[in-house]
Design a protein around this ligand. Structure first.
Ligand code: IVH
Length: 671
């Protein structure tokens, strides 16, 4: 009895401790403990929950990851509609907004506004019941959105339980924007490019794409952030007089709010705030496309009321787009590591929002056609904040007649081999596996920091080695000697030795990094780790079949196909053999987490949302076993719908019964 009480107390203390540190880290950005220490305490909580499955708390941080994938999102009707805002496109229109409000309120004096950033992300409504996060939905058309609750729970800056002493509101709707921070966005795109996937066009698309994933595990791996900017229904919350005050309350409840939030008086104040926000825009962590000014006093807001779809008391002051015109001098084609051919615009240098732009990706042939671009055209180049510059359109009216269409090459510009473009795909690829452009990119990828980490082997060096014919593929790097390197033009003796040392150092490598370094299509760092944990040794990895791969959780059919094609490619295999002959030592991957269910026996009863075979496979993949009948040795009975006598037997023997959701959490290492 006492022991059980102690465990419960320990569990509660741990949940609260972790939630507090998560708040310090993700909401305030002021961590007090190291990530490693957080992880250690988190694992401690996981172990407790595993040992005592009856310990339950809706706000346990282990609830943040996973949940089963959905077929589709349910639709949700917003109790209070999520309206849109009318726009002011410049200072003049902002002044008109203030004048309108003044007229409507019959000139009672200068109006005070609360001004905040206009976040460029996805609007969501969060519902808290008795302080506990109960649901989350996208804005949709304003009246009806999509239920994205499981995805919302993965966002660390959204509290699972409202903060604060004393009684929490019975019902509270918190509204705000889910965004991708700029730094996280750049990182995600770099990873996608490394995997041969299309990068996202901007942080907003990345936020929306990540939030609208049917598999919450995918969302969990995307670092989304939430900023609150309004309340919806509120029952049991002390009402505030102003928006400014309400936002302070929201911040105390554990949310991030616009760090720009300030009060402004009248037209002059509005314009000053608008200018300050525009000036500070590029130093923000997130993308903004303007300010939102709201009449501060709720009482005045009520008097002003609403028009069709937007409040009369608020306005979005949009920033003027950073766009410039320039000439499209040429379109060149780059060949990437996976052989993908990407057309790139060569532009007459032009300053856009403080940066000189000379090149911009055009993504693919379709994109060029859609925009109707001709070489020699005057084009519009746009840069939004820190985002990569883009050619948004051409200006056909300015044509002189000397423009010419771009012809997509049918042969690789690097090696002359035929270009292939499978039906239904937008990406054209060079079909030569040893295309030098691929080699260069592949070597660079192999050498990159999260792969083999060969210090000092950058673009210039790789180009030089290829040019001089010293290397053709990755394994050739490890046959280089001092004399060869020293003889290279511009190669000082010191750097030759440094490079050799770095190469030597890179030969001791963990399997996950090695697999990632190989540059297999669709295999990014995470997938490489999953594969490495599954295989444990290079021998096993080389033997794995497509069928085996399909049985690895987290590996989809495309990835399975790509890995198996790679492993059937004789040239790739020969290259790996050469690497081993040249002294590679492949170490096991870090902290094998496979076998979360090691030695545990499951019995399945009733109907699950997936076929039983599939459930069995997932259990076995984590080291568990599936038995036909319940006995004292059974660790868990996984009970689906219409469960039968096995359930009774389990109860009689005091065997833990779990439902599908709990089982998913176990698989994820969360339960
Ligand atoms: S308030 C009734 N505040 O802008 C007013 N909206 O055009 C409700 N947005 O769908 C909105 N930042 O996605 C408000 N600080 C902010 C905002 C903001 C971005 C978005 C929001 C909304 C859209 C309206």
């Amino acid at each position: 009895m006492n022991a059980a009480l102690n465990v419960r107390e320990q569990f509660n203390a741990l949940v609260e401790d972790l939630n507090r540190h998560s708040y310090l880290y993700y909401t305030l950005g002021q961590p007090e403990i190291s990530d490693a220490e957080y992880d250690r305490r988190f694992r401690e909580l996981e172990e407790l929950e595993r040992a005592y499955p009856e310990l339950e708390r809706a706000d346990s941080p282990t609830k943040r990851v996973g949940g089963a994938a959905l077929e589709e999102f349910k639709s949700v009707i917003h109790a209070v509609p999520m309206l849109s805002l009318s726009n002011a496109m410049n200072e003049e229109e902002l002044a008109e907004f203030d004048a309108r409000c003044m007229r409507f309120l019959e000139n009672e004096g200068l109006i005070e506004y609360a001004v905040e950033n206009k976040f460029d992300g996805v609007a969501v409504n969060l519902v808290y019941q008795d302080g506990i996060l109960a649901g989350g939905a996208t804005r949709g058309d304003g009246y009806q959105g999509e239920d994205v609750t499981s995805n919302i729970k993965t966002i660390r800056s959204i509290p699972l339980k409202l903060r604060g002493e004393g009684r929490l509101p019975e019902l509270l709707e918190v509204r705000g924007e889910v965004v991708f921070l700029k730094a996280d966005f750049e990182k995600l795109n770099a990873e996608r490019i490394a995997k041969g996937e299309e990068p996202f066009a901007n942080p907003r698309n990345a936020a929306s794409g990540s939030l609208r994933q049917l598999d919450p595990r995918v969302t969990a791996r995307r670092p989304l952030t939430f900023y609150a900017y309004a309340l919806g229904q509120a029952v049991g919350l002390t009402p505030s007089q102003t928006h400014y005050e309400a936002m302070q309350r929201v911040s105390e409840l554990g949310f991030r709010i616009s760090p720009f939030l300030r009060k402004a008086q009248g037209t002059a104040g509005l314009i000053e705030a608008y200018r300050a926000a525009a000036a500070g825009r590029s130093s923000l962590e997130y993308e903004v496309d303007g300010i939102v000014a709201k009449v501060n006093r709720h009482e005045l807001q009520e008097r002003l009321g609403f028009r069709q779809r937007s409040p009369r008391w608020a306005i979005a002051g949009k920033f003027e787009a950073v766009e410039e015109h320039t000439k499209l001098l040429d379109i060149v084609v780059q060949v990437g590591r996976t052989g993908a051919l990407t057309p790139v615009a060569v532009l007459e240098p032009v300053g856009v929002g403080g940066v000189i732009v000379t090149r911009a990706t055009l993504h693919n042939q379709e994109e060029i056609e859609r925009k109707g671009l001709l070489i020699g055209d005057t084009v519009v180049v746009r840069r939004q904040g820190d985002v990569i510059p883009a050619v948004v359109a051409c200006l056909p009216a300015l044509r002189s007649g000397g423009e010419r269409p771009f012809v997509f090459p049918t042969e690789c510009p690097q090696c002359g081999t035929a270009v292939v473009k499978p039906e239904g795909e937008v990406v054209a690829r060079c079909s030569n596996p040893s295309c030098p452009a691929k080699s260069g990119q592949r070597i660079l990828h192999f050498a990159s920091r999260n792969a083999a980490d060969i210090e000092g082997l950058g673009k210039k060096m790789v180009a030089l080695l290829l040019e001089q014919g010293l290397v053709n593929d990755i394994s050739d790097l490890y046959a280089l000697d001092f004399e060869q390197l020293e003889a290279l033009p511009r190669m000082a003796e010191l750097s030759a030795q440094n490079l050799l040392d770095a190469l030597e150092h890179s030969k001791r490598i963990t399997l996950d990094r090695f697999i990632f370094a190989l540059g297999i299509r669709h295999v990014g760092e995470r997938t490489a780790l999953v594969l490495a944990r599954r295989c444990q040794s290079l021998e096993n990895f080389l033997k794995i079949t497509e069928e085996d791969l399909l049985n690895v959780p987290e590996i989809g059919p495309e990835t399975a196909r790509a890995v198996s094609l790679f492993l059937q490619n004789d040239e790739e295999l020969a290259m790996i053999t050469r690497l081993r002959e040249r002294g590679f030592i492949i170490l096991p991957p870090p902290q094998a987490q496979v076998g979360r269910l090691d030695g545990k026996t499951f019995v399945i009863t009733g109907t699950l949302s997936i076929p039983r075979d599939e459930a069995k496979r997932l259990i076995e993949a984590e080291g568990g076993k599936v038995a036909a009948a319940v006995s004292r040795k059974t660790a868990y009975v996984l009970s689906g719908e219409d469960a039968g006598s096995k359930l009774e037997k389990a109860r009689a023997l005091n065997v833990t019964v779990i439902n599908e959701e709990e089982w998913r959490r176990l698989l994820e290492g969360e339960g």
